[in-house]
Design a protein around this ligand. Structure first.
Ligand code: IPE
Ligand code: IPE
Ligand code: MG
Length: 248
C-alpha cells in the first residue's frame, strides 16, 4: 500500500465500517457524451474507476463489495453497446484475475450468467474457480442481474424442493429463503452507493438491502474517486441505524 493509500483509508474508523457495500456504477454514458465521446468510452473509463475502488476495499479489508455491472433490463440497449459491454467484461476478467487472486479477493457472480456466450461463461468459471478459496474481500459482480429475477429463481428452487417432498412449505423462513439467493453466505448490504445523480434502486439487491443506508452523488462513475468513496464510508459511520427499533 502506498503512503497516499494508507492516509486515505486512515480517515475511516474501522469500527464503523460497513460490512457489505453495494455500488450502482451509473453515468458512464452521460460522462462520455459530455466529453464528446461514444458511450463505449464511458464504459471503458468506468472499468478504471472500478479497479481503484476495489483497491480501496482491499486496503480497508472490507468484508464484501458488490457492483452492478449489467442488469436484466440492460439488454434493452442497442446491440452494439451490449456487445461492447460483454467484451469489456470478459477482457476485464482476463486482465485482472491474476492480480485479484494475488490480493486474496474472492470473486463471485450474481445473476443469470448462463445467458452469456460460451467465452464469457468460461472466463467467469475460471475466475471463480481460481479465487474460490480466497479469504479476503468478497467481490461480487452482478451481471445479467435483477433483484426480482433473483427472488423468483430462489422461489422456484424452493418450490421444486417442496414438490419433491424435501421441505414443507410452512418450514420456509427468511433464512432458508436467503440461502437460495445468489449472495448466500454473505452479510446483508449495509450501504448502497449510486453515482450520477439518479435516486433509484433499478432492481438491485432488493432483498439484501432491506435495511441498507443509501448514499447518492451527482458524480458520474468514471469521475468517482477513492476520496469520494471514503467520504461515503465516513458518512455511513455517522448514520443512526435503528432496524425498526426505538433507540435512546
Ligand atoms: C452505467 O452507466 C453502466 C451500465 C449500466 C452498464 P450507463 O451506461 O447507465 O450511463 P448513463 O446512465 O446512460 O449515463
Ligand atoms: C443500473 O443502471 C444498472 C447498472 C449500473 C449496471 P441503469 O442506467 O441501467 O438504470 P436506469 O435505467 O437508469 O434505472
Ligand atoms: Mg444509467
Amino acid at each position: 500500500m502506498t503512503d497516499a493509500e494508507y492516509n486515505l483509508i486512515s480517515k475511516v474508523n474501522p469500527e464503523k465500517l460497513p460490512r457489505h457495500v453495494a455500488i450502482i456504477m451509473d453515468g458512464n454514458g452521460r460522462w462520455a457524451s459530455l466529453q464528446g465521446l461514444l458511450r463505449s468510452a464511458g464504459h471503458s473509463a468506468g472499468v478504471k474507476t472500478l479497479k481503484k475502488i476495489l483497491t480501496v476495499a482491499v486496503n480497508l479489508k472490507l468484508e464484501a463489495l458488490t457492483v452492478y455491472a449489467f442488469s436484466t433490463e440492460n439488454w434493452k440497449r442497442p446491440h452494439a453497446e451490449v456487445d461492447f459491454l460483454m467484451h469489456l467484461f470478459s477482457d476485464y476478467l482476463e486482465r485482472e484475475k491474476a492480480e485479484m487472486h494475488e490480493k486474496n479477493i474472492r470473486i463471485r457472480f450474481l445473476g443469470r450468467t448462463d445467458a452469456f456466450s460460451d467465452g464469457i461463461r468460461n472466463r467467469i468459471r475460471e475466475a471463480t474457480e481460481l479465487m474460490k478459496d480466497n479469504t479476503g474481500v468478497k467481490f461480487n459482480i452482478a451481471a445479467n442481474y435483477g433483484g426480482r429475477d433473483e427472488i423468483v429463481r430462489a422461489a422456484q428452487k424452493l418450490a421444486k424442493k417442496a414438490a419433491a417432498g424435501e421441505i414443507l412449505p410452512d418450514d420456509i423462513t427468511d433464512e432458508i429463503f436467503e440461502n437460495e439467493l445468489d449472495t448466500c453466505g454473505q452479510p446483508p448490504v449495509d450501504l448502497v452507493i449510486r453515482t450520477s445523480g439518479e435516486y433509484r434502486v433499478s432492481n438491485f439487491l432488493l432483498w439484501q438491502s432491506a435495511y441498507a443506508e443509501f448514499w447518492f452523488t451527482n458524480t458520474t462513475w468514471p469521475e468517482f474517486t477513492p476520496e469520494e468513496f471514503v467520504d461515503a464510508l465516513i458518512d455511513f459511520g455517522n448514520r443512526d441505524r435503528k432496524f425498526g427499533a426505538v433507540k435512546n
